[in-house]
Design a protein around this ligand. Structure first.
Ligand code: PAF
Length: 283
């Protein structure tokens, strides 16, 4: 595996992969079992002949909350080892100075799918994600890119970006990896206290319960109320949002709607100062 930091080194590392399948896995580091799945999928897609490029960049532009950025876990050497173990060819770890000019003035903003769910709660977040991913696409020029489905809205927005800006790149979504108790694996789980870690699986359990009730004919209003009640019963939590949207447009479903599909029941919940997101798709 080649480790590169500058754009110039990255270009040099990619020369011999010209014309071959080049699969990009963009990450912010603190890699875990969920990322390992992305890396393995990338290796499968690239095959023996192709190239897997992993980027680790804690993108300051997508953080709407300074303390979330400051406390975001980082494990550079463990991350590099995991990349190596999963068959990565090039690991790109640029600095913020390398990525952004101090007077950068371009934005890449999606204006529909980003208006609900996390987009409504984290102003500027998805514009920051689109900007960095667009830059990585331009630098790496991959044929394919792999993202986790855990960030359902992010993946939908990036698919829209690829479509609307004509990137010749195929995006692949990898299913959420969960602990045996149902908790979606996330870099932020590391910041949960041992007690919060035992309570956090309750979020997915509440969403599953709500999804089952909706599928059985309950209205959106009743479903949201049911999920909110279950989440509020978990000690030390604060709901950021619980919403039901159409899984394609990400627009909210009307309160009295029943059984409209495909639907997405999604939530963001604070466990102390750690914000966890999760969702269930109802197909
Ligand atoms: O999902 C993430 O880890 C980040 O949002 C991404 C796609 C790497 C962009 O910084």
């Amino acid at each position: 595996m080649r480790r590169v930091i500058t754009k110039r080194e990255l270009r040099a590392a990619l020369v011999s992969s010209k014309g071959k399948r080049r699969v990009l896995v963009p990450t912010m580091g603190a890699l875990h079992a969920g990322h390992a799945e992305l890396l393995r999928r990338a290796r499968d897609l690239a095959g023996e002949d192709g190239y897997v490029v992993v980027s680790i960049f804690l993108n300051p532009v997508q953080f709407d909350n300074a303390s979330d950025l400051d406390t975001y876990p980082q494990h550079r050497e463990d991350d590099a080892q995991l990349c190596e173990d999963c068959g990565t060819d090039v690991l790109f770890t640029p600095t913020a100075q390398e990525m952004y000019c101090p007077d950068r003035s371009m934005v890449v903003e999606e204006t529909q799918l980003s208006q609900t769910l996390c987009g409504a709660k984290r102003p500027g977040h998805f514009a920051g994600v689109c900007l960095v991913v667009a830059k990585l696409f331009n630098m790496v020029q991959p044929t394919d890119a792999v993202f986790g489905k855990k960030d359902f809205q992010q993946l939908a927005i990036l698919r829209r970006m690829v479509r609307d800006l004509d990137y010749p790149i195929t995006l692949h979504g990898v299913p959420t990896v969960r602990e045996s108790n149902g908790l979606a694996i996330s870099s932020r789980n590391e910041r949960l206290s041992p007690e919060q870690r035992t309570l956090a699986p309750g979020l997915y359990a509440a969403l599953q319960q709500g999804a089952a009730s909706y599928a059985a004919g309950q209205s959106v209003r009743e479903t949201l109320a049911e999920v909110e009640k279950l989440v509020q019963a978990i000690p030390g939590t604060r709901i950021d949002y619980v919403e039901m949207v159409h899984a394609g447009t990400l627009q909210p479903l009307g309160a009295e709607v029943r059984q409209e599909k495909p639907a997405l029941l999604a939530a963001a919940v604070w466990f102390g100062d750690v914000r966890l997101i999760d969702h269930v798709e109802i197909l």
